[in-house]
Structures are given as structure tokens and as C-alpha cells.
Design a protein around this ligand. Structure first.
Ligand SMILES: Cc1ncc(COP(=O)(O)O)c(C=O)c1O
Length: 430
């Protein structure tokens, strides 16, 4: 455990400029309750339970953070674990004198095991990488494709999902085709038909987001993967948003590959991502980064996490974020996500916005997206942040993406709505 006095003494000899930051972070961590709210209190007063949990987060009380879709906020138990990781590893007194492996050439099973259990696969199918972009690049660079072979994606992929394929297309002549998703997507059947109609005899890979960055729609991943499998097409899913947002299980999903960024909804440290490759497919995927072990097929997906020296304390944080989600309970978290998302969506729709969020509750979870014709979205974003410490994320020309992580309280959403209304009124009067 981090010892505050020792840490402070050590830091006083360090850079004076950094001194003001370190104690304040530690003070905030000390202020966070040492344990999570009692699970039994959830049954008596759900709102009080979530309000107590909110105290684990460093986001100031007067800030409303509706942008968890970009990155989450690592709460106290995760930050403490990261510090513990540094505290332990920076002594450089590892038991094994041949200690280099711990920095980048290790199986890291102590981190892969809890992750594999959380996402429903085996440790051998998981590689610990830094984020979904890196994992997507592994996928796009790793599968054998000839010039003219087609990859089918959607028009709502994140640049970190789409551009790895664009790079391959430009360099090696593969063809990237896009399915245009309606806004909003109305049903799973609609998506399946769009994909089914777009498949050609040259389609080799179907790549799509499980939850898209653009509108937050939850695509029918299991059915799409089954469709791909039935046609002999590889399925690769960008699941950047999914771990920690809702319950899912990779083996049940049936995908061949899956990428993710648990630093979003699992509130894991920034720079802790993973790549899943189904056991039967591992041997078909080439490494993108190559160092010792790149061609050692016995180590299964561990081969892909050989990227050189890495930030091991971030993995301590990742493990703590999984424990936190398990301690709270992923079903509770998902339910809370849905409640808050439905609340903000209903309220925004009362204000006459156009919903780009699916009307099918199964196809939305913790991201509501609306379009407000005529809205200067950057002006609204800046105004809400500068004047009211409310963080929202927009998109051109007039889209608002509203993320509703479990640590938000209803009063936070009400404050956003109030300030949004004031802004709109002001603009109408101007
Ligand atoms: C669907 C999707 N994929 C990939 C990414 C990229 O995530 P990262 O920057 O963690 O690699 C994002 C980020 O918002 C995303 O929404």
C-alpha cells in the first residue's frame, strides 16, 4: 500500500513545480472512502448507493462529465492499484535476476486471467495491448488478404478502426466497402439485411463496432458474427466501448477477433487495451510488431502482446478496474447506464431534438445521441464547459453525444438540461 508520509518525503526532494500536484492527488485519494458502499444499501436506496460510489471518483463535485465515451475516469481503487504497481516495480528488486520479462516479455497471466474471466474467453486468446486503435491495427495488418479482397465495415467506425483498413487498402490494394447505417438504426434485422446485401464473393472480413462511436448504437454483434461465419468470412469487432458498459461474453458472441479500450467504460488506466483472437484463428494472424516470440505459436495470443517494454503498473490498474466492476456487479452497472441514458434521451426528445439513438432498447445502452438542427455544437460545448463545467461531446454539424456513466447522478443530468435550455433560449433571443 502507498504510504503517504514516505511518498511526500520522497517528492519534496523532487521538482518543486510538481509538488503542489502530488499532495493534492494523494489528499483526494485519502478523502475517497476506503471501501465501497455496502451492497445491501443498494436495496434500500439505489440513488444513495450511487451517490456514495461517486465519492470514489476524482471528478470534482461541481463538474458534470458526459463524455465517458471518449475516456472514463479511473477511480480511487484503480489509482491506488497503479501507485502500488509503481511502488512495487520501481524498486527493481524482482526476485528473478533475469527480470526483463516483467516489462514486456511476460505471460502476464495475473492480469490476463481476471480479464479473460470478465470478458468470457481463455487467457491464451487475449493479448494485453494499449488501446483499441492498436488492437485494430493488429487485426487489419495481421490477416492474409490479396489485392481486390474486400473488407466490409460500417460508415460509423472510429478513425482508429477504419484507417488501419484504409492504410492496407492504399498500400496493398484491398477494397474497403461500407454499409451505411440509418440514423437511428431501428432494428437488428435492419442491420443484418444491410450487411447481408453488401456481402460479395470477394468479402473476406466483416469489421464493425459493437457500440459505435458515432451514435452509440449497440449493433447485433452475435448475429453479425454468425452471418459472417455462415459465409466463411472472418468477423472482427471493435468493442472499444463494451467492457464495463454492459455484460458480454466473447465466446457467446462468436467473433473471430475483438479489440477494446477498457479505459473507457471499465474506468481502467489510459493505455490499457486488449486484443482477443479466437483460438482457432490465432495461427492465421501475423504479428504487426515483432520482437522475441513473434513466431512462437505455442504462446498463443501472448505473441501479440510482445511489443517491447510496457507500462506494467497500468496493468495493475486494469486488474483493479475489473475487480471494481465485479464488486459493484456488471448487471447493476448496466442497469444504471440504461436508466440514466433513457432519462437523458427522453428529456432531450421533449425538447424537440432528432434522436439518432435506436428506439429499440436492446440497441442502446449508455450513449444517447441527438441531432439538433441549427445548433452550433462547438459553441455549445465551449459555453457549457467554460461557464458551467459541463463536458459534452458533439459532432459536425449539430450532433450531441451524451454519455451516461454509472457515476453520474440524476442531478448532474438535470443541471446539464437546465444549462442547455438556458443556452438555447439565449441563442433564440440573440
Ligand atoms: C468504437 C471506437 N473504436 C476505437 C476507438 C479508439 O479508442 P482508443 O483511442 O482508446 O484506441 C474509439 C474511441 O472513442 C471508439 O469509440
Amino acid at each position: 500500500m502507498l504510504n503517504r508520509r514516505r511518498f511526500l518525503t520522497a517528492t519534496t526532494t523532487g521538482l518543486a513545480a510538481a509538488f503542489t500536484v502530488r499532495p493534492s492527488l494523494l489528499a483526494q485519494l485519502e478523502k475517497a472512502p476506503a471501501s465501497l458502499p455496502d451492497a445491501a444499501s443498494f436495496g434500500t436506496n439505489e440513488d444513495a448507493y450511487w451517490a456514495a460510489l461517486r465519492k470514489q471518483f476524482l471528478i470534482p463535485e461541481d463538474e458534470v462529465y458526459l463524455n465517458n465515451g471518449t475516456v472514463g475516469s479511473s477511480p480511487a481503487p484503480v489509482l491506488r492499484a497503479i501507485f502500488d504497481g509503481y511502488n512495487t516495480t520501481e524498486k527493481l528488486d524482482q526476485h528473478d535476476p533475469e527480470d526483463y520479462p516483467i516489462w514486456g516479455y511476460a505471460a502476464w497471466n495475473e492480469f490476463r486471467d481476471p480479464l479473460a474471466a470478465f470478458v468470457g474467453c481463455t487467457r491464451d486468446e487475449i493479448a494485453l495491448l494499449r488501446n483499441a486503435t492498436e488492437a485494430n491495427s493488429y487485426i487489419a495488418n495481421g490477416v492474409d488478404l490479396k489485392a481486390g479482397d474486400e473488407v466490409l465495415i460500417t460508415d460509423q467506425e472510429h478513425p482508429g478502426g477504419e484507417h488501419p483498413w484504409d492504410l492496407r487498402a492504399k498500400r496493398y490494394g484491398i477494397v474497403v466497402r461500407k454499409v451505411t447505417l440509418p440514423k437511428p438504426v431501428k432494428s437488428a434485422g435492419q442491420v443484418l439485411n444491410l450487411f447481408s446485401d453488401a456481402i460479395t464473393p470477394r468479402t473476406r472480413v466483416m469489421f464493425f463496432s459493437h457500440v459505435t462511436t458515432n451514435t452509440g448504437v449497440v449493433l447485433p454483434a452475435k448475429e453479425l458474427c454468425a452471418l459472417a461465419r455462415s459465409k466463411g468470412i472472418l468477423s472482427a469487432v471493435d468493442g472499444a466501448h463494451v467492457p464495463g458498459m454492459m455484460r458480454f461474453n466473447l465466446h457467446e458472441l462468436g467473433c473471430d477477433m475483438y479489440s477494446s479500450s477498457p479505459h473507457k467504460w471499465l474506468q481502467a488506466p489510459k493505455g490499457s487495451g486488449f486484443l482477443f483472437v479466437r483460438d482457432e484463428v490465432i495461427d492465421r494472424v501475423w504479428n504487426t510488431i515483432a520482437t522475441e516470440g513473434w513466431d512462437d505459436f505455442k504462446i498463443r495470443a501472448e505473441r501479440f502482446q510482445r511489443i517491447g517494454s510496457s507500462n506494467v503498473p497500468a496493468l495493475w490498474g486494469l486488474r483493479a478496474s475489473i475487480k471494481l466492476a465485479n464488486d459493484i456487479g456488471i448487471d447493476k452497472i448496466e442497469r444504471r447506464h440504461r436508466q440514466l441514458c433513457d432519462y437523458i434521451l427522453t428529456e432531450m426528445m421533449k425538447r424537440g431534438v432528432e434522436s439518432w439513438t435506436s428506439p429499440d432498447p436492446a440497441m442502446r445502452c449508455a450513449i444517447a445521441t441527438v441531432n439538433v438542427p441549427g445548433l452550433q455544437r462547438m459553441d455549445l460545448e465551449k459555453s457549457l464547459w467554460t461557464n458551467h463545467k459541463i463536458r459534452v461531446r458533439g459532432g459536425e454539424p449539430s450532433k450531441l453525444r451524451l454519455s451516461t456513466p454509472y457515476y453520474l447522478e440524476k442531478k448532474d443530468i438535470d443541471r446539464f438540461l437546465e444549462k442547455y435550455d438556458e443556452y438555447r433560449k439565449e441563442k433564440r433571443q440573440a
